[in-house]
Design a protein around this ligand. Structure first.
Ligand code: PLP
Length: 387
């Protein structure tokens, strides 16, 4: 029976022969870190998302941290963050000594609720908040053109956490399409290459931006805050060996080896996205009519489907039922303010949409290498739960 069937996880990586070949060549090459593979991967990312600059780093959290630093987060700075996201989207602000304030989510997009955002902004003088972190939750690309207008009216920067949304696009009010992460509306965007994400380097991340000076700052912070560019020196150039540490940076460099794996993975992104969208449309077709809510994807967005999130009042029972059938679903996410660290820091709080979402949400298996048979098992198990 189902008890002996192999486990279907909610997400997993796919490593091809081409990826293995790229890795073998990488470890045999002259450069193991900071070689031509890093540049080449960064250029490939720029091309993919349409951003002028990309800076590859050790992981998505490091990318968030460097962005927060470069955007000037420091003690006294307040930043608005959606309540439903991975904790790192908020933690990066605290790393720099800043504070976060949580914004409720829009139940249709599962991203920032612009209405609640504007309400918070209107109840404080200009300058009270410095920036906003926007998360393309589940792969739903936030309409950053609209968010830019709100941000500009209040003097905020936008940091886009696009970890779920590589390859996603949205249409602005004039009908023009934009890639998430293209740097057109957000000041900086970040991606993660953790194995559950669309493309993986094991651990890895990248910042994309259209702002050249922000890119230069982040590049310097990635490697201890050290520059070897004589044009940037503050003191006299003592000779060929000379370099300067100008800021307190970190070692957040990603290796050449991993970048070559990343570039190989990235070459299949478009076909992987196609497969994810196919899986999503099969779920929609097969789950239609059951007493559960399916994710929204209006015509003005091209969803990247990092996750396929359903909502049901019988979430815990369904989770257990599927687990019995060796189908491992997951919950994305516990509202960040419910974590004990945040409760100790800011006190217990509640936002109505975020709390309601948390009670009902379940992420069904969604990964581009999922077979039709695996998806059939998931669908049949959900149907048998409701029948
Ligand atoms: C995965 C993820 C991160 C963190 O990325 P890491 O590479 O694991 O550090 C941050 N934000 C979101 C929304 C994520 O999904």
């Amino acid at each position: 029976m189902s008890g002996s069937k192999p486990i279907i996880p909610y997400g997993k990586q796919e490593i091809s022969d081409q990826d293995v070949q790229a890795l073998v060549e990488a470890v045999r090459s002259e450069y193991l870190t900071q070689g031509p593979g890093v540049d080449s991967f960064e250029k490939a990312i720029c091309k993919q998302v349409g951003a002028p600059h990309a800076i590859a780093v050790t992981n998505g959290t490091a990318a968030l941290h460097l962005c927060a630093m470069a955007l000037g987060v420091k003690p006294g700075v307040r930043v608005l963050v959606p309540a439903i996201t991975f904790a790192a989207s908020a933690n990066c602000i605290l790393y720099c000594g800043g504070d976060v304030e949580f914004v409720d989510i829009d139940p249709n997009t599962l991203c920032l609720d612009f209405g609640h955002l504007e309400k918070l902004l209107a109840s404080h003088p200009r300058g009270y908040y410095s920036g906003v972190v926007s998360v393309d939750m589940t792969g739903y690309p936030v309409n950053l053109s609209q968010l830019r207008k709100i941000a500009d009216a209040h003097g905020l920067w936008i940091l886009e956490d696009a970890c779920h949304a590589i390859g996603a696009r949205y249409q602005d009010e004039s009908g023009e399409w934009h890639h998430s992460g293209d740097g057109r509306h957000a000041d900086a965007s970040i991606y993660s290459f953790h194995p559950v994400k669309h493309i993986t380097t094991g651990e890895g991340g990248v910042v994309t931006t259209a702002n050249a000076s922000l890119a230069a700052k982040i590049k310097k912070l990635r490697t201890h805050g050290i520059t070897k560019n004589p044009a940037e020196y503050e003191n006299a150039n003592d000779g060929g060996w000379y370099h300067e540490m100008q800021d307190l940076g970190y070692n957040y460099r990603i290796s050449d080896i991993l970048c070559k794996l990343g570039e190989s993975q990235l070459s299949r992104l478009d076909e992987n996205l196609k497969r994810r969208r196919e899986i999503a449309s099969t779920y929609r077709r097969e789950l239609e009519g059951l007493p559960l809510q399916l994710p929204q994807a209006p015509n003005s967005v091209e969803h990247a489907y990092h996750l396929f999130v359903i909502r049901t009042d019988r979430r815990k029972e369904l989770y257990e039922h599927l687990k019995q059938a060796h189908i491992y679903t997951q919950v994305h996410y516990i509202p960040v303010y419910r974590h004990p660290y945040y409760q100790r820091r800011y006190g217990k709080m509640s936002l109505p949409q975020a709390d309601r979402y948390y009670e009902q949400t379940l992420s069904l298996p969604m990964y581009h290498s999922m077979t039709d048979q695996e998806q059939r098992r998931v669908i049949d198990a959900i149907r048998s739960f409701y029948n």
